[in-house]
Design a protein around this ligand. Structure first.
Ligand SMILES: [Zn+2]
Length: 389
């Protein structure tokens, strides 16, 4: 294993990999896994079979904090296709537009990359039962990987979570508990239960980041180690965007790419805490009001990786903005015309790319990768309402 230690993303406090903390015990901020990057570079340099291998999460095992690969809990996650959307390119006026279709993962969402690593780590820590708070997709994903590993899974979801996602988690054998009105309330309950009842806590923590960063690795790999100008990522907790940026910087650091893309993050209207902080240069303030949204998977009032999103967007000279429910619905219908059925939150990335092109932030000649995070069948009720409205 090339992983070396955990470091707090805010105060820099260091922890050993074996310590089992979920966040910094000094300042409460998310932690980050650090590696012996020179050793990884030595391993990969001139390793032709590795370069030829088809992309999937565990191809990048040297960038993952797992001590025994034979015990990796996998359902063949990752390796999702990167589609070139020529009709959309013409419509929007972008020279190259690619869609990374994460709905092709085993449970229909990008979360499976992180769940594979998190549940593998849960076994390393000898966990017997795991708990997770979720708006639905993570619940289904952790339930599937927990089932594969033979662990007991409890998921805590807020009221109003789409039925399809709960049915999916229950089919994987999870115990589903509805708690609170928002994701943030469900999260506080899951963290309390982990502490008091001895559950292994899964969710948007450092080991999930490691699995999620493979989205970034795969995009580069699938573009034959060429770097797009922009990658557009929907923001819920912000962990996926943070993770993709981390992965890209790791490829850059060991010399696999010689430049970095710009990262654009998108929040849905009403849940715009990070965008507001970005535009006003003020600290991130938690959203207090619950507003109706078609993008329930990213309706997060207090994004745990908000600070890390700001950092990534600043470092990459990127961009942040919101899109409306109407813009998102329209983008979802456009993706449908490309043969891709994505869940509403996934369509926000296309909606933002369109907006950025209209405003001249994305240039006509630039190449753009948009992340579609989950399958449309995850939330057919919302699309059904869009079609009849
Ligand atoms: Zn700290």
């Amino acid at each position: 294993m090339f992983a070396a230690k955990l470091v707090c993303t805010k105060c820099g406090e260091e922890y050993s990999l074996a310590c089992g903390v979920y966040k910094c015990t000094k300042c409460g901020s998310p932690l980050d896994v650090r590696y012996h990057y020179d050793d990884i570079a030595d391993l990969i340099q001139d390793n032709d079979p590795w370069f030829r291998e088809h992309p999937h999460v565990w191809k990048y095992w040297m960038f993952l904090p797992v001590s025994n690969l034979k015990k990796a809990v996998t359902l063949n996650e990752g390796g999702t296709r990167l589609y070139r959307a020529k009709r959309l390119e013409e419509k929007i006026g972008i020279s190259k537009l690619y869609i990374k279709n994460e709905g092709e993962n085993p449970t229909g969402a990008f979360k499976d990359r992180g769940s594979s690593v998190e549940i593998t780590k849960a076994l390393e820590f000898h966990a017997q039962k795991v708990i997770v708070a979720s708006t639905g997709n993570m619940a289904a994903s952790i339930s599937a990987y927990g089932a594969k590993a033979g662990l007991k899974v409890t998921i805590v979801v807020p009221e109003g979570t789409p039925e399809g996602k709960l049915v999916q988690a229950k089919m994987y054998g999870a115990n589903v508990e509805v708690f609170g009105k928002t994701y943030d309330e469900a999260l506080a309950e899951a963290e309390r239960r982990a502490l008091e009842d001895g559950y292994y806590l899964t969710g948007n923590y450092h080991y999930r980041v490691e699995g999620q960063k493979t989205t970034g690795f795969e995009i580069i790999d699938q573009l034959h180690f060429n770097v797009p100008d922009w990658i557009v990522v929907p923001i819920g907790a912000g962990t996926h965007l943070r993770a993709i940026w981390k992965g890209l910087k790791e490829f850059y650091r060991i010399g696999l790419i010689s430049e970095l893309p710009r990262i654009a993050g998108v929040q849905i209207e009403g849940y715009d805490s990070i965008v507001r902080a970005w535009k006003t240069s003020k600290p991130i303030e938690k959203i207090t009001k619950k507003v109706p949204t078609i993008a329930s998977a990213i309706a997060v009032k207090a994004p745990v990786d908000g600070e890390n999103v700001l950092k990534a967007v600043k470092e990459s000279n990127g961009y942040l903005d919101t899109v409306t429910n109407e813009e998102t619905a329209a983008a979802g219908l456009l993706l449908g015309r490309e043969g891709l059925f994505v869940e509403p939150s996934s369509a926000t990335s296309l909606a933002l790319a369109q907006k950025m092109r209209e405003e001249g932030i994305i240039d006509k000649g630039e190449s753009v990768v948009i992340i579609a995070t989950g399958h449309g069948l995850k939330d057919i009720n919302t699309w059904s309402k869009v079609l009849t409205s």
